[in-house]
Structure formats: C-alpha cells, structure tokens
Design a binder for this molecule. Structure first.
Ligand SMILES: Cc1ncc(COP(=O)(O)O)c(C=O)c1O
Length: 382
C-alpha cells in the first residue's frame, strides 16, 4: 500500500496539516478585500496575533510567506549604512543576515555553532563590536530545533538601545512569546506553522517607538513591503489586495487557538515535544539541539542518511523533514506544531521505528513508542 500526497500526515516543521474547519474557511466565496466584514475579520486577526504575542503593538498582515515579513522589517527599518548585528545559529537566522546584507553595507555576523543556543553571554560579547542600530535573531531556529533564551537575550539588546527584529515564525501560537515583557521592537510570524493555517501570509508586529521613528522618515526601500504604507494613524491599512481566502483560514485557525486557550496550547506543545524527545532517546538516538535549549515545536534528531529515512517513512504515510544546508543527511526534523497530539506523536515514533528497521539502522528497537507512552502515563498520574 502506498500513500499519495492527499493522505500524508505532515510531521514537518511547516507547512503543517490544518484542521478541516480551516480548510472549509478556504472554500468561502471570494471576498472583496475592502468589504466592511472582511476588514473586520482582518482587524480581528491582527489584534489576536498581537494578543498571543503578549503585546499592545500593532500587527500588520502581509500577503507573502515568512520571508516577506523578514524582508519588510529590514527594508523598512534599515538604512544603507545602518550598523546591524545578526545573531546566527542556523539556516533562518543566516537568512536574516543575508537579507540585512542586501540592505546595509555594515552588517556584523555573530555565528554560533549550529545546534547551540545563543546565550546572554554571546550577546554581550557580540554587542562589544557596537553600537548597533539593529539586532536580528530567530527565537526558535527551525533548522536545528534550538530555542534561544529570549528573555535574557532581549535584556541585553534593549540595554544596548538597538532596535530588535525577532523571527518568531515557529514560536508564535506554539510557545511563549512575550513581546512587551521582553521589549521586542519587531516580531515576525507566518501563517503555516504553529498558527495552523495554509502558507501565504505573514505578520509583522511593530512597537510604537519604531513606528514613530519610521513616520519621521520618508520611506523604506521596498515599495510593496514598506510597513509605513500599512498603517494609518493607530490602525492597520492594507494598501494592496490581501489574500482573502488565506486570511479567512487564518481567522478560523486563530479561533481554534482562542477556544483551546493559548496557555493550554503551549502546554500541549511542550508535552508533545517532551514525548518526542523521550521516545527518540528511548530508541537510543540523540537530540541535535544543545540540552536545555530544545525547541518545543520541532525536534531535530541526529541521524546519518536521514534523507533515506525520511523517504522510507513517507512510504508509511508520514512526512518528516530532512536537514537543511550543512545538516543535510545528518539530522531528521520531527515537527510537532498545531494539531499534533498524543496520537500523532505515537504514530510518528512508530513510523520512524519501521523506517529505521527497513534500513537496518542502528537503534534500540521497540522502545520509542513505549518510552513516550510511559511519559504520558507518568504525566497522567501527576
Ligand atoms: C524560523 C523561520 N524563519 C523563516 C522561515 C521562512 O519562512 P517562509 O518559508 O514562510 O518564507 C521559516 C520557514 O521554515 C522559519 O522556520
């Protein structure tokens, strides 16, 4: 028996499988993007994203994937000679560095070995090369499964006075994001990860301080993505045609987050992450991320020939993600975002065992599912 693309269980770190309610929202008749009801839906989406990011700041919905929001932030805020510090520990923080270099000729790279977290001490060291106008960082490095300790990092960045641009693309909706408490100036996210909607939209949340500074300044360096055009007074203003179907799907996905409760949702993501790690360790495999900094939305596991394992698991109807860049064929990434619960974790671990057995890989047999089940059982009795 083989599975076609329609039947695959996506255990990738985005795009993720979405709930049928969200798919149904996609099939609404096409809305006129300046229609009052549509604008109300857009406004609700924008405010709800600010809420789950823990901020009063305005969130601008953009039509374009997460990279569009990264591009919007850097092209709108930086100047050709802005001094930018890019804190890098994986593919996506490296992408932020590449975008920064696209817009400024004074970008300093501080790179940590991939798999390690960026710590407060790293930031202190990196800031010695300052002063910087802007600092970029990714909260949850999807390519390595590392969660950077944002609270401590942000306390250093805010002390330095630099504008912080934080990519929370695989954190918002799945893990703690505290824009106001941490003092983040610009937070970025996208529709297709923990928010649980199809790909196609991204969101950029900007502090009043940065917005005011931008208003003093005539324009950014992208026409389509200049955030100034998306704000009128204290409100969002969408100058171009929004992807109306995706926005309605995002609205439905966010309603599901509201119904679950963001804190329950984060607790579920954290439990599933723990179960995946426990299962993988039970199989005698090791986690790629530095201990203590493991992501709660994606787990990267050390696995030689991981491309073949991903291909083999696909035969059983489950799609994991390969490693990227220098990690190609070295790690497998098990995504546990959005709807992933006990059922998906157990299926994922069982499928991985089947695939590893097929490939005669070296691992401890029959222990993955069992270890995760034991963890679930121990949590039940607490
Ligand atoms: C942390 C992070 N940043 C940026 C991106 C790029 O987003 P997109 O592919 O939506 O442009 C991704 C995508 O996986 C990501 O995980």
């Amino acid at each position: 028996m083989s599975f076609d693309d329609d039947e695959l269980l996506l255990l990738t770190p985005g795009p993720v499988s979405v709930h049928p309610r969200v798919l149904k929202a996609l099939s609404n008749p096409i809305r006129y993007h300046r229609n009052k009801e549509f604008l109300e839906a857009l406004d609700w989406v924008s405010k709800f994203i600010s809420k789950i990011e823990g901020t009063q700041n305005l969130t601008i919905p953009l039509t374009g994937s997460g990279t569009a929001a990264m591009d919007a932030a850097l092209s709108s805020i930086s100047k050709p000679h802005s001094r930018i510090l890019s804190l890098v520990n994986g593919v996506f923080s490296k992408r932020m560095y590449d975008i920064a270099k696209y817009y400024s000729d004074d970008v300093v790279l501080y790179e940590k070995v991939w798999g390690k977290a960026i710590t407060k001490e790293d930031v202190q060291l990196a800031l010695e090369k300052g002063p910087f106008d802007i600092v970029t960082i990714v909260q949850n490095e999807t390519s390595t499964g590392v969660l950077n300790p944002m609270k401590e990092i942000m306390s250093e960045i805010t002390k330095s006075g630099a504008v912080s641009i934080v990519d929370g693309i695989t954190a918002v909706g799945g893990d703690f994001v505290e824009v106001d408490k941490w003092g983040v100036d610009v937070m970025i996210t996208a529709s297709q990860k923990c928010i649980g909607a199809p790909p196609g939209m991204s969101f950029i949340t900007i502090s009043d301080k940065v917005m005011k500074a931008l208003e003093q300044d005539s324009r950014g360096r992208s026409y389509y993505l200049d955030v100034r055009n998306y704000i009128k007074g204290n409100n969002i203003n969408i100058p171009f045609t929004t992807s109306t179907p995706i926005l309605l799907a995002v609205g439905e996905a966010l309603k599901m987050i509201e119904e679950e409760g963001i804190n329950n949702r984060i607790a579920r993501h954290r439990l599933m992450a723990q179960a995946v790690r426990t299962g993988l360790r039970g199989m005698g495999l090791s986690i790629f991320a530095e201990e203590g900094y493991e992501s709660n939305t994606v787990t990267a596991v050390n696995l030689q020939n991981s491309n073949s394992v991903v291909a083999q698991a696909r035969q059983y109807g489950v799609l994991f993600a390969e490693g990227q860049g220098i990690l190609t064929d070295k790690i497998l990434r098990f995504g546990h975002m959005n709807l992933v619960g006990k059922r998906e974790v157990l299926i994922g671990l069982a499928t991985l065992e089947l695939a590893l057995k097929d490939l005669n890989a070296n691992f401890i047999e029959d222990k993955g599912v069992l270890s995760a089940l034991k963890l679930f059982e121990s949590m039940r009795s607490q």
